[in-house]
Structures are given as C-alpha cells and as structure tokens.
Design a protein around this ligand. Structure first.
Ligand code: ZN
Length: 246
C-alpha cells in the first residue's frame, strides 16, 4: 500500500490545503496523520475537519491533548501556552470530540505510528542517534513513523546491528530512502510549522510494498497563514517563524 504521512498540521490551513493538493496528485491508498492537528495556527476547526474527512488514521499529539485539558502544559513555552488557551476558546465541540477520541500511538498496516517516540509517544523528541537507539529498542515493528520535532529525517539500525550502529540524517525535498534493510524511524516533517530551515510544508509518501519513503515539500501561501495568526491575536513569533522555517 502507498500511504501519505502528514504530521504537525498545527491549525495551518493554507499549508494543509497545499499538502492535500500534492497528496491528491500522488493518489495514495491511505492518508495517515501523526498528530498535533491544532495549536500555534489560526484555523483549528477547518484543519481538524479536513483531517477527519481525509485521513484513514490519525494520532493525537501533545498540543491536541493540551487543548483537551488532558496534559499539564507547565513545560510549554509562553507562545505555545497562549496558542493552547486561544484554541480552547475557539475550537468547536466537533473538533474537541474528534481529537478526544484519538490515541498518541498505534500499529496500522504493520507500521508503528507514534506522535513523538516509541518509548514516549507524547513528549520525547527523536533528534539524536541516542534517542533513535532507545526508540529501536522499544519498537516491535520494523518501520516506525514519528512526528513532534517538525524536522524531516530518518534513522536506520541495520539488520542484525547492535545498539550503537544506527545512523540517521535529515531528508530534504525529493529524498527517497530504501527501507529494505533493518529498522527505521521516519519523520515526515511538519505540515504547518516546519523547523528544519525549509519553510515549505512537508509530507512523506510511504510505499509498504516497494519499501521506499519519499520526502516531499510543498510551497504554500505563508503570508496568508501569518496574516490569520496576526488577525486572531495570537503571538507574533508564531507568524514570523513560518517565514524562516525555524
Ligand atoms: Zn507539533
């Protein structure tokens, strides 16, 4: 099967619409979302409705849980907290009901899906080899998908390799990774708030038969997303960071 993997939409409607147009061209069998549908951006209800309509499976992320009041947000930055509070006031009952029915991890089509990491699907960032090694130790499936860091990347532990022999790299637009050998953790990057220096919206195409992961970036109307954030009265840095992709 071919799956389009989206993560960290963060209420950015122009970015989500651009990604969905790119996904439509690729015509995958299914769409999977790794969570953080809301938080940061200005369109929580429209984004949640699109995800609900288009995705076969969706996880809940730490920002979604924060909006639901199901997570202690004392560790959140001031801007993230402000966005959580704004989203709580704005989100419709239908949005909260949908997010409230989701889990932060699942196995689907023999692929492990986590919002954050295999050992901590809600909070842990997987950005270093050490974090990836711990993830491989905790992951039963050969291929795992992670979001949360907003960085498009992959980690691989070669077949039969001991702990300490994994490697990884960031994956830019057009990168294709051959998944035939060993265990994998793949992060598609973020739809709505990329932090890897490329401000374009990110998504990943996973082919579970050809065993390939193809990384995609899509240009979108960043100015429109930033204008919505400003019009909503959300903190200015949330608008500015979309331009730099940091
Ligand atoms: Zn996120």
């Amino acid at each position: 099967m071919r799956a389009a993997v989206l993560s960290d939409v963060h209420s950015n409607l122009p970015a989500l619409e651009a990604v969905l147009a790119g996904v439509e061209e690729a015509a995958p069998d299914e769409l999977w979302c790794l969570g953080d549908v809301v938080g940061y951006g200005a369109d929580p209800d429209a984004c949640t409705a699109l995800i609900r309509e288009r995705c076969e499976v969706c996880l809940v992320g730490n920002h979604d849980l924060a909006v639901l009041g199901a997570l202690d947000i004392s560790a959140f930055s001031e801007t993230a907290k402000a966005a959580v509070e704004w989203t709580r006031e704005q989100a419709s009952a239908a949005t909260l009901e949908y997010l409230g029915g989701l889990q932060p991890a699942m196995v689907h089509a023999d692929i492990a899906l986590y919002h954050a990491s295999p050992r901590d699907p809600i909070w842990e960032y997987v950005l270093s080899i050490e974090q990836a090694e711990a993830g491989f130790d905790a992951q039963e499936q050969r291929i795992g998908l992670i979001g949360h860091s907003h960085v498009s990347l992959f980690f691989n532990r070669p077949e039969g390799a001991r702990r300490g022999y994994s490697h990884g790299a960031q994956a830019g637009d057009g990168a294709v990774v051959d998944l035939a050998n060993g265990a994998w953790l793949l992060n598609p990057g973020s739809v709505g708030q990329p932090r890897d220096g490329d401000p374009r919206a990110a998504w990943l195409e996973l082919d579970t038969e050809a065993l390939t992961a193809s990384y995609h970036r899509v240009s979108y109307d960043i100015e429109a997303a930033a204008a919505s954030i400003r019009a909503a009265g959300l903190p200015e840095p949330l608008a500015e960071r979309l331009q730099s992709g940091r």
